[in-house]
Every structure is written in structure tokens, then in C-alpha cells.
Design a protein around this ligand. Structure first.
Ligand SMILES: [Fe+2]
Ligand SMILES: [Fe+2]
Length: 136
């Protein structure tokens, strides 16, 4: 049973960004499902890598949109993404070392970071993008 449930307040109002957020959450839940099912290390790492890769391409989309529209918060937002990716890279090597309890800590971090990032940083970005579109 996934603990990271999609909720309406995670929908920010930009269809492509929202669709990708759903995809990211689906990948977090796949990772949790594999963990709950007692799947092996290889499967966990593969799912983790898939999530990481998807998140990276999602960040690229957001950063491209912010660049295209001259978003003033671009650098701060980009720094948030970079911090996340660095953290995920650290988790990956600890995952490979089979550190006890690590997968659960990873899940907690992913959910907390995503909920907070969507609620604050991505929300501000989407509001700006929507206003920019209306002004056209
Ligand atoms: Fe996002
Ligand atoms: Fe973002």
C-alpha cells in the first residue's frame, strides 16, 4: 500500500508539470512496493535509478520553462534541484552498500522533499508561468 498518495493540492495547474509530478510519485511508490515485497537489491537499485533519471529530466523541463519565460527565481529553483540530485546520489551509494534502514529513510526524504518542493518552489514557478501566459 503506497503511503505517498496523490492529493488534489499537489496539482499546480500546469498540465505537463503536473503529469510529470504524478509520474515521479508513481516511481516513488514503485520503489516502496518493491521494498515492501522484499525484492532484491538489484531491483531496488534499478527502480531508484529510474526515479532519479525521471526526476532529472523533469528538472530539465522546469528549468527550460523558467529560462524561456525569464523567471526571476530560476537560480534559486535550480539550486534546489541540484541539492536534491546530490542527496539522491549520496543515497545511491549507501543503497549499494546495503546500509540497514536506508531504503525507508530514502522514502521519507523523497516524500518530504517532493511535497515541500511542490508546495513552495514549484507552486511559485507555475503561478509565474500562468501569469506570463495570461499576459501574452
Ligand atoms: Fe517539479
Ligand atoms: Fe522544481
Amino acid at each position: 500500500m503506497p503511503t505517498f498518495q496523490w492529493r488534489e493540492n499537489l496539482r499546480l495547474g500546469h498540465p505537463e508539470v503536473d503529469r510529470q509530478h504524478l509520474e515521479i510519485i508513481a516511481r516513488v511508490n514503485l520503489f516502496q512496493g518493491a521494498l515492501d515485497a522484499g525484492e532484491g537489491q538489484d531491483r531496488l537499485v534499478a527502480l531508484f535509478d529510474d526515479l532519479d533519471q525521471y526526476a532529472r529530466s523533469h528538472f530539465q523541463l522546469e528549468e527550460r520553462l523558467m529560462e524561456q519565460h525569464g523567471y526571476p527565481g530560476l537560480n534559486a529553483h535550480r539550486a534546489e534541484h541540484a541539492r536534491f540530485m546530490a542527496r539522491v546520489a549520496g543515497f545511491r551509494s549507501r543503497l549499494l552498500q546495503r546500509e540497514a534502514g536506508l531504503p525507508r529513510a530514502v522514502l521519507r526524504y523523497l516524500e518530504e522533499w517532493l511535497v515541500q518542493h511542490l508546495a513552495e518552489v514549484d507552486t511559485a514557478m507555475v503561478q509565474f508561468l500562468r501569469a506570463a501566459r495570461r499576459a501574452k
